[in-house]
Design a protein around this ligand. Structure first.
Ligand SMILES: *Cc1c(COP(=O)(O)O)cnc(C)c1O
Length: 357
């Protein structure tokens, strides 16, 4: 018998979420962002499941793009960080990948290359991680034009689209719009998931939803259900031991939680070695037997403890949901002081992904 710890992946929910993204994108097309192993869901299975709906995938790096082609899929793939070496330009040209160019060293590779790889020029509209400032675009475009190279488009990324009342996104949108205005014939791409939920936010030609495809909320203060998203991953394990603690008994490393009354307690076969966050402490929700329960004490590498007071019929062998349909991942993330993105991408290779279609 394999260990009972699995990540169930609901591919129909994934498609539902993509269709919602496309609907919200309006006249823009939504490229599906499947970097970081499809946000932990398995890039190959995610790409295959979306293949009938999606015309363009976005990934961080070449290895991820190669996985898409290796699945026999022929969609456009955009490398959001471009390439990390000049030789990779050839691979990109052969396999039909599109590159983001965010720095001069990458621009040099494009200009020196005999291959004609479609490029997106990254514009720094205020995120200040990657890209050219709007004022630098004339020089960049001039160099490309001299080499007879016409980029496919411009792309920028928002820093605070998840904060409803922040004016930063509007500012970035206007800086972007103004910067690229001299080249109206080129395509424009903006918009992480959060931008899809901002009323009146222009998404131009191509939006780039990521986290929302997987059913986690991209907005700081709105949950996934109110946004119409369905969780794709259900992280599940089993109770492998049940015991009653007496007042004064504590559980787990550091003995950080101590029973004040008799408490029926369960041990679940999942821990930070599976990617369950160690920072999720006492009171983080889980679910078993139709009841919400809570973690107690510290998360160990291979197991964690739960209070079964609210699930009196629970016994060893019963399934426990750590996040998924009954326990929103964003709630677990809040308890762990992080975001759903980190939890999803952090599920380790030890946890088998089981796909449901
Ligand atoms: C990861 C990424 C996205 C997707 O962001 P989400 O918040 O997951 O929707 C979009 N654009 C770029 C450039 C990215 O790196």
């Amino acid at each position: 018998m394999p260990r009972p710890t699995v990540a169930h992946i609901d591919l129909e929910a994934l498609r539902h979420n993509y269709r919602l993204a496309q609907e919200l994108a309006g006249s823009a097309s939504a490229m599906a962002v499947i970097k970081a192993d499809g946000y932990g869901h398995g890039i190959r299975a995610v790409a295959r499941a979306l293949a009938d709906d999606v015309r363009c995938f976005a990934v961080a790096c070449l290895e991820e793009a190669l996985a898409v082609r290796d699945e026999g899929l022929e969609q456009t793939v955009v490398l959001l960080q471009g390439v990390h070496s000049e030789q990779d330009m050839v691979t990109c040209a052969c396999l039909g990948f599109e590159l983001v160019v965010h720095s001069d060293y990458q621009l040099d590779w494009v200009l020196n290359s005999t291959e004609r790889v479609p490029v997106w020029v990254k514009v720094n509209s205020g995120m200040n991680r990657l890209g050219y400032r709007p004022s630098e675009l004339p020089v960049v475009m001039g160099r490309l034009a001299e080499a007879g190279c016409v980029p496919k488009g411009f792309l920028t990324h928002f820093a605070s689209a998840d904060e409803f009342d922040s004016p930063a996104t509007e500012g970035q949108t206007e800086a972007f719009r103004g910067g690229v205005a001299p080249w109206p014939e080129l395509l424009l791409s903006v918009g992480n998931s959060a931008a899809h939920f901002r009323a009146g936010q222009p998404l131009f030609d191509w939006s780039r939803p990521g986290i929302m495809l997987y059913g986690a909320s991209p907005m700081a203060d709105r949950n996934a259900t109110e946004l119409g998203l369905k969780p794709v991953m259900t992280l599940e394990s089993e109770l492998i031991a049940v015991r009653t603690l007496q007042p004064g008994d504590s559980v787990g490393y550091g003995q950080t939680w101590t029973a004040e009354r008799p408490v029926r307690m369960g041990i679940v076969a999942i821990g930070y070695g599976d990617g369950y966050p160690r920072h999720a402490g006492t009171d983080t929700p889980a679910w078993t037997n139709g009841n919400r329960i809570r973690l107690i004490g510290r998360v160990s590498m291979d197991m964690l403890a739960v209070d079964l007071t609210d699930a009196p019929s629970a016994q060893a062998g019963d399934k426990v949901e750590l996040w998924g349909c009954h326990v929103p991942i964003d709630e677990v993330a809040r308890h762990a002081g992080t975001i759903g993105y980190e939890l999803l991408t952090g599920v380790t290779a030890r946890v088998p992904r089981r796909y449901h279609d």
